[in-house]
Structure formats: C-alpha cells, structure tokens
Design a protein around this ligand. Structure first.
Ligand code: IPM
Ligand code: MG
Length: 356
C-alpha cells in the first residue's frame, strides 16, 4: 500500500514527521513517498500543487497531508496561493466527502471555553460536502454590474449550485455514518432563503427513504450555529454543504477547546482519501518544536480505518493517544496546571512508546 506524504508549510513538516514515525512503528509494510505542496510546492516548482505532487497523490492509496499557508505567500495572485493546493487536490481527486469529528476527550474537558456540563462527552461528526457549492461554482469573477441599483460599477460574484447527484452521494455518506453511530442525522441548510438549499433539503429528504432506521431533522444554518454553542450535544451526525460546512466545522472543532486534537478525512467514492489535521499551518509557531502532533497522528488512524482497511491498527493508535493524555502529557495548546508540558517530538515519541 502506497501513502503519499505531503507535509506542506508552517508546522506541517514537524507534525507529519511524528505521524510517519507512528505509522512506521505499526509493523506494516507501507510504501511512503513525500512531495512538496502549498508554499513549499511554489518555492520548489513555482506552483502550490506541482504536477509531480498531484501525480503522486493520484497514484497513492491514501494521502497524509500536513497543512499549507504562510504569510509570505499572501501577496501572490490567487491561483498561486498555498490554499489552491488543497482545493486542487480535493477537486482533482474527487474527494467530495469530508468527515470532521469533534470529540471532547474527557482529560481535556477544561480546555473548552464552554461550561463543562455543556460539552462533556461531546462527540459530533460533521460531514461536509467538499467539491461543490459556491467554492467551485461557475461563473465567478469580477465584472461590471449588468443590472440593479449599482449597474455599471465593478462587482464581485460567485455561483452557488448543487446538482442532484452531488447531493445524493453526500447524503448517502452521511446516512451511512449515522447508521454506524446513534442513528441521528441533522441536515443543515438555508432552505428559507436559497433555492440551492431548498433543493438540497428536498433531495436529502428523498434519500432518507432508503434509511428508515435513521432519524433525520433539518435545521437552518443560523440556528445550527446557535445550537452548536447552546446545546451541542443534541447533535450526532451533521451533513451540510461546502460553505456552511467550512464555517460550522471550525465552530464545532473549537467547542472542544483543542483544535490541535482533531483529525479529518476527505474521501472519494471508493474510500481513497486525503487525511489532514483540522487546524492550519500556524506559521507563528513553525520550527519551534511546540506544535501538537496529535491531530495528524489521529488523521493517520483515520487513514488506516477508512482507506487502508486496517481498523485494528487505527484502534491501536487511538488507544495510544488516549494513554498519553491519561499520562498527563500535554503540548502547549492543551496544557493546564498539574499536567506535563512536552514538545512536538516528545509527544510523538510518547505515542510510539504507548503503541507497545
Ligand atoms: C478548510 C480550510 C480550506 C477551506 C481553505 C484552506 C481553502 O478552511 O479545510 O476548512 O476553506 O475549505
Ligand atoms: Mg475551514
């Protein structure tokens, strides 16, 4: 089995290194090959997603991705910015299903900004559609307004759209995920205002007929944002579009107080996937050896479970992470008085040791 390793920018390389060490300790024979992506891709080959990197990702069975982005690339034209690498990988590899768990580890209950009784035991799975919506809809651009009260002025515009098949396939992923959990699914939309999401609601309701054992409810996105902080434990699996999912997944992640702990998976129709931590490249702490590698290590566990068919190995890694937390080891982002502060490398080594 071949894994493409794309460390990227900022803290990406240091956290990915720890996840690779963990993978190497499992006693499996994975073939791993790395390539530059994001700002590193631009620096090496003049493009955030160099052709050779895309090819490596296409040929691999799974991709382990660090993070992309650095202030020094912020002034580049949009097509050359680091973010285009992740958007290009999603689109080129058809990674339409993004799974973002938000789990509050009992040991880290104090890390949330919300009251412990509101968040303790939190375990939400957000299923975000990842290759459609206003992110990719055409046409888009800046033009002279052809009509309306500002006719003749320059205007920016994007297009929100979802095809039936696009909604159906993400709905199936979400219903099936719900079947494996507590059998409750919330579909988040803006059907009261947007045609696209009225249609979304209609299609999700239709797909529901194939999953009578799952309880489905619909919620407007503004209400969902409110409920996520008011009573987050009412949610189990949540499915939504690309744009709303981008926003709600950051919000859901932060409920746990420790975005440095949360993995994610982006899957195609055959469960080939790209796995990355939910957090970004954090250029302010890059190279300092203090970043939390656990989200990336847990992303490697998701990779074993979803793409490489090695659920027992995924369980081993997750158990090892729980063990180091129970031992009181904490990187700076999740540190509290009475625990032991460790760096990136020490945390990675502790997980390797805990694998047994
Ligand atoms: C995410 C990120 C990306 C997105 C950016 C980096 C393009 O915010 O994965 O949520 O908007 O999807
Ligand atoms: Mg985001």
């Amino acid at each position: 089995m071949k894994i493409a390793i794309l460390p990227g920018d900022g803290i990406g390389p240091e956290i990915v290194e720890q996840a690779v060490n963990v993978l190497n300790r499992l006693g499996e024979s994975f073939e791993m090959e790395s390539a530059p992506v994001g700002g590193a891709g631009y620096a090496a080959h003049g493009h955030p997603l160099p052709e050779a990197t895309l090819k490596l990702a296409q040929d691999a069975d799974a991709i382990l991705f660090g993070a992309v982005g650095d202030w020094k690339y912020d002034t580049l034209e949009r097509a050359l910015r680091p973010e285009q690498a992740i958007l290009g990988l999603r689109k080129n590899l058809n990674l339409f299903a993004n799974l973002r768990p938000a789990i509050l580890y009992p040991e880290l209950a104090g890390a949330s900004t919300l009251k412990p009784e509101v968040v303790s035991g939190l375990d939400i799975l957000l299923v975000r559609e990842l290759t459609g919506d206003i992110y990719f809809g055409q046409p888009r651009g800046v033009r002279i307004a052809p009509d309306g009260p500002f006719k003749g002025q320059r205007e920016g515009f994007d297009t929100m759209r979802y095809a039936e098949g696009e909604i159906r396939r993400i709905a199936h992923v979400a219903f099936q995920a719900a079947q494996k959990r507590s059998k409750r699914l919330t579909s988040v939309d803006k059907a009261n205002v947007l045609e696209t999401f009225q249609f979304w609601k209609e299609i999700v309701t239709d797909v529901h007929k194939e999953y009578p054992d799952v309880e489905l409810d619909h919620m407007y996105v503004d209400n969902a944002a409110m409920q996520l902080v008011k009573a987050p434990k009412r949610f189990d699996v949540v499915v939504t579009g690309n744009m709303f999912g981008d926003i709600l997944s950051d919000q859901a992640a932060m409920l746990t107080g420790s975005i440095g702990m949360l993995p994610s998976a982006s899957l195609d129709a055959n469960n080939k996937g790209l796995y990355e931590p939910s957090h970004g490249s954090a250029p302010d702490i890059a190279g300092k050896g203090i970043a939390n590698p656990l989200a990336t290590i847990l992303s490697a566990a998701m990779m074993l479970r979803y793409s490489l068919n090695k659920a027992e190995q995924a369980d081993r890694i997750e158990a090892a992470v729980k063990k180091v937390l129970a031992q009181g080891l904490r990187t700076a982002d999740i540190y509290e008085a009475g625990t032991t502060k460790v760096g990136t490398k020490e945390m990675g080594e502790a997980v390797v040791a805990a694998l047994g």
